[in-house]
Design a protein around this ligand. Sequence first.
Ligand code: ATP
Ligand code: MG
Length: 431
Amino acid sequence: MADTAKEPLRAVKGMNDILPPATASWQHLESTIRRLMDRYGYGEVRTPIVEPTALFVRGLGEVTDIVEKEMYAFEDSLNGDRLSLRPENTAGVVRAAIEHSLLHDGGKRLFYLGPMFRHERPQKGRSRQFHQFGAEALGFAGPDVDAEMILMLRALWRELGFVEDRDVRLELNSLGAPAERRAHREALVAYLEARRDALDDDSRRRLHTNPLRVLDSKNPDLQSLIEQAPRLIDHLGPASREHFDGLRAVLDAAGLPYRVNPRLVRGLDYYSLTVFEWVTDRLGAQGTVCGGGRYDGLFELLGGKPTPGVGFGMGMERVLLLMQEVGRAASMRPPSLYAILPSPASLPRALVAIEALRASGHSVLMNAGQGSMKAQFRRADGSGASHALIFGEDEMARGEVAVKALRDENEPQRSVPLDDLVAWAAAVLPR
Ligand code: ATP
Ligand code: MG
């Protein structure tokens, strides 16, 4: 199709540009995460954003919200391959672990940061391209790793300045083993069958395909029916119970408050045993900032050897909104110096001096030839720099530059020889 229109093109709906100064908060969050991952021994993986559609159909299950209606699935126009933009990254990480035999010498702790794609209605805290931080501990049966992972998330919240149990709260459940889920599923289907008329269309459709998902329904009319439904946690066998108790014992010992929520099921099919969510009341309907759990069946689903795994995915946009909400958003670091050029003739020598300053680690901002001296001073002031460097023609002729303090009125303006500028900066400016 020819594109003859003259209107400017816009980004795809629900896919947002992230621009300065907002990027400062992203970088702050990302570097906090990277330091945390280092302390807990997690290595970064970067898997492709595009994967075979079959990976998600197999990994997430055909009748999940994501695969049914949220996935950007398409045919490669050049060779007809069926591909999808990744809607989440656990399946991709496990695929990579199998493909590269990552677990040949034992368990692995991995993490990722990056964009995910889901075709949903954009709103606050929900977009079509969004970003997740996720971690996966592969090859460990737990419950100690499950506990370690949850404690690691508490450490992150603390570092971001969130107050435990006020800004974020932990909810916990156990989904048991497959046989226990089957027994519960039968009891649940019988219960829902008997109340078929009270269900909505979505739930009636899921009754036989994925009845557990009925419990996940957000329809307010169904809440009391869901409340009284048979609980999976009452169907747990001794081994599952022991796993759950083991996890709780660590959290209790670490003084980490949590709520056991028997209705917490998570949207994805591959979970078993531990499931958890970190939720907040401060972001309206988009209250889940992080969801995770154990997926001991996933490796086999994807063609690998049976291998336990536990992980989580965190919505970075939601964490950033929460940081804003609690007054902990980061701002851009101002430059140390702002260069003012009264005349273009000074430019070549000024730039050489500025480059020397930058090479020795100082940040210098310059908008050469942008407006009157007054306008340049206004901009220098607004930049947050501590000093302005004025590369005036007279000073330059003497091999000097005028230095004016922008934050300290008592500091007199002075001239500094161009050759001494780097030494002056080292003595005066914080690095
Ligand atoms: P929700 O119930 O909010 O749709 P989900 O159960 O679909 O969440 P997961 O698949 O568990 O979410 O993804 C992990 C995290 O990623 C969520 O807890 C949330 O913080 C974030 N997330 C999921 N979908 C989006 C989205 N469309 N936009 C922004 N963040 C999202
Ligand atoms: Mg969702």
